[in-house]
Design a protein around this ligand. Structure first.
Ligand code: HEC
Ligand code: HEC
Ligand code: HEC
Ligand code: HEC
Length: 231
């Protein structure tokens, strides 16, 4: 295992982060002006409640495209549909176009894992995040709004944490510095595996953003990394 001090999991500049924070600040300050009109206590309660709501689900997160000019007023439709789902079911009732890219995979001399071409949930994420399929290509619609900025992972995964490989007791023993997964469906509580495979969704929860970057756990003091790595 290589030393990974300073390892940047997805080496992209945090361009969009600043912009998003500005937007959030704008919304916050406009709400504060409204309160200034006299409803101080009630207004503060409304803000607290609405912030709590946005954190709990997908609404208001960077995965909520319902407010976009090119969007739909629905939230789920970009990824799921109740009927006539896509032929390629990358995730349950999948309604989004699928990437056809061939990815450059992560490799290193100290890696024991054998990453495959992204499949399943990782392929679902990359069907927007590789920048080859438009965000608004869903249902029967072919869109043209591509992902940009720091959320663009691209088709070269050589500089990203490996995904789509089997993470089991055999790998943990071979590596010597990994937690042995509790089962084929989780490393430890809150960190899922998918038929023993580590996917994007092992680290990210696509539907809620309470911890930022849609992470399954805070990465303060690298807590997320330490769910799997014994370092
Ligand atoms: C940006 C894409 C995206 C959007 C938008 C989205 N989902 Fe998902 N959903 C996924 C992916 C990917 C999975 C696969 C599981 C995972 O990644 O954890 C999934 C899995 C699911 C599952 C099955 C697994 C589970 O977590 O229970 C349900 C149910 C679900 N989504 C419901 C919804 C609903 C309801 C909405 C709208 C409020 C929604 N999703 C919006 C991408 C999305
Ligand atoms: C339908 C297209 C689509 C799918 C599918 C999708 N995403 Fe995204 N995601 C986006 C877009 C667009 C953004 C950037 C939004 C912005 O710039 O405000 C984004 C942003 C993100 C961010 C950055 C959030 C932040 O706070 O900076 C993460 C992390 C992320 N997605 C992870 C995932 C993962 C993991 C999956 C699969 C489980 C996934 N996404 C599936 C479109 C998608
Ligand atoms: C081993 C854990 C892990 C895996 C697996 C993982 N990520 Fe991430 N991801 C992170 C962490 C931690 C961050 C927070 C920012 C950072 O450290 O670079 C992040 C950040 C992101 C961002 C935001 C980047 C930015 O700078 O705005 C996107 C988008 C993203 N991940 C998508 C994905 C996709 C798509 C996959 C699968 C191909 C994936 N991630 C797999 C841990 C992971
Ligand atoms: C869900 C479990 C999980 C999480 C969370 C996780 N990793 Fe990993 N990571 C692994 C596994 C399993 C491997 C494959 C190890 C091997 O084959 O040697 C790996 C591989 C790596 C490698 C490449 C090792 C090599 O020899 O090339 C680095 C570096 C790394 N992880 C760093 C991180 C960092 C930093 C974080 C936190 C941001 C993180 N990981 C989060 C499970 C995880």
């Amino acid at each position: 295992m290589l030393a990974y001090k300073g390892f940047n999991i997805h080496p992209h500049p945090l361009k969009d982060e600043g912009r998003r924070k500005e937007e959030i600040e704008k919304v916050k300050s406009s709400k504060l002006l409204f309160i200034g009109a006299g409803l101080l206590l009630a207004g503060a309660m409304v803000i607290l409640l609405s912030v709590g709501k946005a954190d709990a689900g997908i609404a208001g997160t960077p995965h909520d495209f319902s407010g976009r000019l090119w969007g739909s007023n629905e939230i789920c439709i970009f990824c799921h549909t109740p009927h006539n789902a896509a032929a390629t079911q990358l995730a349950p009732l999948w309604n989004h176009g699928s990437t056809a890219a061939t990815f450059t995979l992560y490799s290193s001399s100290s890696l024991q894992a054998i990453p495959g071409q992204p499949a399943g949930y990782s392929k679902a994420c990359l069907s927007c995040h590789d920048g080859t399929v438009a965000i608004d290509t869903y249902g029967t619609r072919t869109g043209n709004n591509m992902i940009t900025g720091s959320a663009l992972i691209g088709t070269d995964l050589g500089n990203d944490h490996p995904v789509s490989f089997t993470y089991d007791g055999t790998l943990a023993t071979a590596d010597g510095g990994l937690v042995t997964p509790a089962s084929a469906t989780q490393v430890v509580a809150g960190i899922p595996l998918f038929a023993s495979k580590l996917e994007c969704s092992s680290c990210h929860s696509v539907h809620e953003n309470a911890k930022g970057h849609f992470l399954r756990d805070t990465n303060a003091a690298s807590a997320l990394c330490l769910k799997c790595h014994v370092k």
